[in-house]
Design a protein around this ligand. Structure first.
Ligand SMILES: [Zn+2]
Length: 68
């Protein structure tokens, strides 16, 4: 069952092939993960890059984790 981020203010959602707990982890640590990713030669997992991009597009918005 895919989980995703849903912005309650823009009614925008994006789903990933990862677990709910991973999405919660990324949401809480977005700034740290983005910073670490810059220093990793291999880069981050694709879902992490996409997740960070989504979070950056909705700064300060109410984002919840949703299930498809
Ligand atoms: Zn938004």
């Amino acid at each position: 069952m895919p989980f995703g981020y849903h912005c309650e203010e823009c009614e925008d959602a994006l789903f990933f092939t990862t677990t709910r707990s991973e999405l919660q982890w990324l949401k809480r640590r977005a700034h740290i993960v983005a910073e670490v990713g810059k220093h990793m030669s291999t880069g981050l997992d694709a879902w992490m890059d996409e997740g960070l991009e989504f979070l950056e597009k909705h700064p300060g918005h109410s984002i919840v984790i949703t299930e498809k």
